[in-house]
Design a protein around this ligand. Structure first.
Ligand code: ADP
Length: 329
């Protein structure tokens, strides 16, 4: 017969009980400064674990020139001028972009140091819409340690064996990080719908699932910032022709893009539905006029900088006693 173990919690040995650490006080009673290790443990104990996104503070972060889709609004993409330039010229836009770079770099450092929240930037566009160029331009100078870019392609066999959000969820930025999705979970209601890769009964419920997913993220401290880069059909033609004409752009050319172009209207319809159904107060869609690359870059950068500013990341408070710490020889 097994011995009775009294009131002790099963699995808890005498050794683990004896080793239970004493609670640390931020400042030891003695005049000795705290050891660096004790100080670091105290910082970790005080770190806040959950911090929902303040959606009200983020509502007005879109740069002037961007069209933010209001929740419940039936978007009319064709009515948005992809050629808009806000009255700026290329040189003025480039100068203004430098200012936004400075803001993003400084705020990103704070976000990283604060280590409480994160920013997820989602980029969607039709082929040649400028996702790669936007990332290259907007994140210039950002500390690569605090920023990661994920490009989502045709799902692998392993990814297809899971629910459609699985591969995206795994790449959501952790605390302190900026994550960029070059294509995203929206592909599962865009290309999947246009090319009938799944029956309607599979893709249609995904709008609600995406909204729930993004709401869950915002409740966990992830600010979700979604940009649709809006180009015209004529602009796509010019960009494809440039890729064919310039040997240095040949690597970017994919004959499949010519086939996809034939589905232009179907893609515009799928974008319209996705942006209308998935623009919520916690994660609205921002439509960026994107024919002029320099204007597009400025609008995206400024909106990211405004958003980071509204998040107001702060360096953690200095722990009591830090000034008296000495570094051993
Ligand atoms: P990009 O055009 O983004 O520079 P690629 O030329 O490699 O990169 O294209 C990626 C391809 O992956 C696109 O054709 C896109 O439609 C496809 N894709 C992305 N996500 C999915 C998905 N969930 N299901 C099917 N196809 C997808």
């Amino acid at each position: 017969m097994a011995k009775k173990r009294g009131k002790r919690h099963s699995g808890q040995s005498d050794t683990t009980r004896a080793r239970k650490p004493k609670p640390l006080s931020p400042r030891p009673e003695s005049d000795q400064p705290p050891s660096s290790a004790a100080w670091a443990r105290s910082v970790m104990r005080h770190a806040k674990r959950e911090s929902p996104v303040d959606t009200a503070a983020l509502a007005s972060c879109a740069a002037a020139g961007i069209v933010t889709v209001q929740p419940g609004e039936a978007l009319d993409l064709a009515a948005i001028d992809a050629n808009a330039d806000g009255g700026l010229d290329k040189e003025a836009s480039k100068q203004a972009l430098l200012v936004e770079h400075g803001r993003i770099q400084a705020l990103q450092e704070r976000l990283y140091a604060e280590h409480r929240r994160s920013l997820l930037v989602v980029l969607q566009a039709i082929d040649t819409g400028g996702k790669d160029g936007t990332i290259r331009s907007v994140f210039e100078g950002v500390n690569p340690q605090g920023c990661r870019v994920w490009s989502f392609k045709v799902p692998s066999a392993e990814e297809r064996d899971h629910d459609f959000l699985w591969r995206y969820h795994a790449k959501v930025p952790g605390r302190g990080m900026i994550g960029v999705f070059n294509r995203s979970h929206y592909e599962d209601v865009l290309v999947v719908r246009v090319k009938s890769l799944e029956p309607e009964g599979v893709w249609r419920p995904r709008y609600d699932l995406i909204n729930d997913f993004e709401r869950m993220l915002t409740l966990s401290g992830v600010t979700v910032l979604k940009f649709f880069l809006h180009i015209s059909k004529d602009e796509q033609k010019e960009r494809l022709e440039a890729r064919i004409a310039d040997p240095e752009k040949h690597w970017k050319f994919d004959a499949a893009d010519l086939v996809e172009r034939q589905s232009w209207d179907a893609y515009q319809g799928a974008f319209t539905d996705a942006l209308s159904r998935c623009s919520t107060s916690h994660a609205p869609w921002h439509v960026v006029p994107a024919n002029r690359k320099w204007y597009r870059n400025l609008l995206v950068a400024r909106t990211i900088a405004n958003t980071l500013e509204a998040m107001d990341p702060r360096y953690p408070d200095a722990q009591p006693g830090i000034a008296e710490l000495t570094v051993p020889d």
